[in-house]
Design a protein around this ligand. Structure first.
Ligand SMILES: [Zn+2]
Ligand SMILES: [Zn+2]
Length: 100
């Protein structure tokens, strides 16, 4: 079976479920400060979600010196994670651990 990669730079963590990967990213990694608005968000999935739900693609590209293939790759990861995991239960787990 294929494993979910953490994907955060310098981390080679692999997990059986998307939920485990997102919980790992949120609990184990330093927070990420959004380059567009300065909000501090968990690294990984929640950082992608923040960037794409709170900001436009154009803002993302400018602030992160990204291009359209970076954007497409992150959109793909976000969709894949969201189709696999139950976001509400992941958020509840993280809140119960005081991680969100
Ligand atoms: Zn990791
Ligand atoms: Zn932001």
């Amino acid at each position: 079976m294929s494993l979910w990669k953490c994907g955060v730079a310098g981390c080679d963590g692999r997990f059986e479920t998307a939920a485990d990967a997102v919980i790992h990213q949120t609990v184990e990694h330093e927070r990420h400060e959004c380059r567009i608005c300065g909000t501090v968000v968990p690294e990984g999935y929640f950082a992608i979600r923040h960037a794409f739900e709170e900001h436009s693609r154009a803002e993302f590209v400018r602030a992160y010196d990204a291009n359209s293939s970076h954007v497409r790759e992150r959109e793909r990861v976000k969709d894949e994670i969201e189709s696999e995991m139950d976001l509400r239960s992941v958020v509840e787990t993280l809140e119960s651990r005081g991680a969100l």
